[in-house]
Design a protein around this ligand. Sequence first.
Ligand code: 5EF
Ligand code: ZN
Length: 261
Amino acid sequence: AQTVWGYDSDNGPERWHENYPLAKGDKQSPIEINSKDVKHDSSLSSWHASYDPGAAKTILNNGRTCRVVFDDTFDRSVLRGGPLTGAYRLRQLHLHWGSSDDHGSEHVIDGVKYAAELHMVHWNPKHGNFAGALKQPDGVAVVGIFLKVGNTPKPEMKRILEEIDNIKTKGKEAPFQHFDPSILFPKSRDYWTYHGSFTTPPCEECITWILLREPIEVSADQMAKLRSLSKNPENEPVIPLVDNWRPPQPVKGRIVRASFK
Ligand SMILES: NS(=O)(=O)c1c(F)c(F)c(S(=O)(=O)CCO)c(N[C@H]2CCc3ccccc32)c1F
Ligand SMILES: [Zn+2]
């Protein structure tokens, strides 16, 4: 039987292309960003998020990540500006993390792997619905925020981490309301942007990536909390949900632009 994709040796990123041929495309994500190859683009405007806290609905452990989903049936929580044309609707946010603090992010910056990377997935309503947007090069925009372990953890991460105990195993879902994810943004709005793909199958190349330069801080305990999630369903042997990151993919001549000098 076809093994469902995952992050283990028998179903991990090196084998995704067997069932998802796009995984071997020329515009795959994540990538390694080297500052010396980045092009400062003074024409890049700043990005703006206007999120309605009431749009937050539930938090879910889908066995691959922990995901918060939002009501995206109208322009309720949107991202504008930066490299984007028009308003993109916030659909979900999720994280990638490692089995220890020295790795876990998907994008790697000048050789630095962060402990985790938070993604806010938005889609372009001009394409009708999310499924339609997946098929367009300007269909999706993902804001990536790096998480580093420090001793002045950002209190705003607490809300997500407090819910972890209610979604320990695959398939567990809990209400997650009255949450404005823009509280997670760092102070600086500096970002890198490039064109790439989902970092999970089906790996469609429909994403405008907006990676924030300034990481946010989490505590070692908060990272341990994230690592306490399991990828197995309830009442099955415990398999820790860790190392759910895809390694950097070939840049293949793509230009990474920076909004800052
Ligand atoms: N790093 S990332 O931003 O590329 C990215 C993920 F890493 C990730 F895990 C997910 S998922 O939905 O939790 C699991 C895969 O469906 C999605 N969800 C997307 C991927 C494709 C798809 C299809 C339907 C609904 C959501 C998604 C995702 F966009
Ligand atoms: Zn992601």
